[in-house]
Design a protein around this ligand. Sequence first.
Ligand code: ADP
Ligand code: PHD
Length: 448
Amino acid sequence: MKVAKFGGSSMATAAQLQKVASIIKDDPSRKIIVVSAPGKRFADDVKTTDLLIQLGESYINGEHYEEIYGKVLSRFREIIEELLLNTALLEDIENTLKDVLSKDISSIAKLDALKSIGEDSSAKILSAYLQAIGFEASYVNPKDAGIIVSNNPGNAQILDSSFTKIYALREKVGILVIPGFFGYTEDGELMTFSRGGSDITGSIVAAGVEATLYENFTDVDSVYAVNPTIVSNPKEIKTLTYKEMRELSYAGFSVFHDEALIPAFKKQIPVCIKNTNKPHLPGTNIVAEKKPEEKCVVGIASDTGFSSLYVSKYLMNREIGFGRKLLNILEDEGISFEHAPSGIDDLSVIIRDSKLSKAKEKNITKRIYEELHPDTVILHRDLAMIMVVGEGLMNTIGVAQKATTAIANANVNIEMINQGSSEVSMMFGIQAADLNRAVESLYHVFFD
Ligand SMILES: Nc1ncnc2c1ncn2[C@@H]1O[C@H](COP(=O)(O)OP(=O)(O)O)[C@@H](O)[C@H]1O
Ligand SMILES: N[C@@H](CC(=O)OP(=O)(O)O)C(=O)O
């Protein structure tokens, strides 16, 4: 039994849904289908999930929301009408939208419930279409599928108790279409995963039913060695290990959500990333182990939006509890950290910019001075991280030298290096403005 997840790009139009149906038809073992909300139809388009967020924010702020409401409905209307499906489906979607908007719930709960309507409607539309063309198919709500999550709106985590219930889906007859991106708490409250979270649902369901394969259908032929929006026509990666994909997706390979690796990894379910528009191509396989390759670097990922909180104090290495106290201050502000490279008198804590508002920055700096009496506290914003990833990296001589030379050749200053903390990656911190230059140079050194 296979679980196939179709991303927003595969659910964007009626024509894409027809491709999805033909992929399902091609392989009878594709029994469980997880879908995203309709994504972008063209480069400047807006994803349905973003429209739903805009709708929720306008409604909550008491602003005019009618135009955006119309836009959301017209995305679904277009697909339903082109597929010649019963228009009662559109009425059902509209009623759900109205219900959520008018419901007396917190703003956070309203936003999550609105966001879920994208995937929920997609799943209803696809199952109706599959039925219309002669399949035995049914829509399964995540609650009935057994997707039980923690109480963290917009960032839900799956609970272990889910997996036994999900296993029971194996007994159901016909093709099951499950909306991605959300689950329910034990108290029955709807919670979404973090953005891009339909990949997570697919992985959870694949692990739960102990699928032979988790296929993740998207709009690229494979995972490329570098983000294709930075380097054109990059090399395709045929096989990756879970560890490599985890590092690459964490550091910017948005093609697969980094949290989606864990459920599949735990149950050792192989993952295959494939193109809905060219399903005959082999795609990229993600597996537990692979044969050692000649090339030790498989990919170069990069992401912007980081800050570095640099703290220095003479004899920091002798001060018991310094690191703990510093991280405690961040914890009090509800901030998680990404990396924390350190020296004898210095410690840098790398944080996502989005988590560090100006007010939090002021408060944290004040507390560090008052409680830790450092010599210096400096916050550098607008940093970018580059991750050079590969299983063989630690045992190959000269990788760091090759990488630093490539970055130097691009005339880019390295602000930070983190090597050795992970067995499969090496990380460089640079100014965000220099990112594309550095990535291009690294790609050419390792892959040309
Ligand atoms: N290394 C990479 N390899 C392939 N695609 C990548 C990579 N890095 C970023 N991407 C982007 O990921 C996109 C696919 O992910 P996403 O937009 O989430 O698709 P979907 O809508 O199918 O879920 C690609 O169109 C591509 O622009
Ligand atoms: N629709 C949700 C979840 C998702 O996974 O979407 P996509 O498959 O288009 O990345 C989002 O935009 O965040």
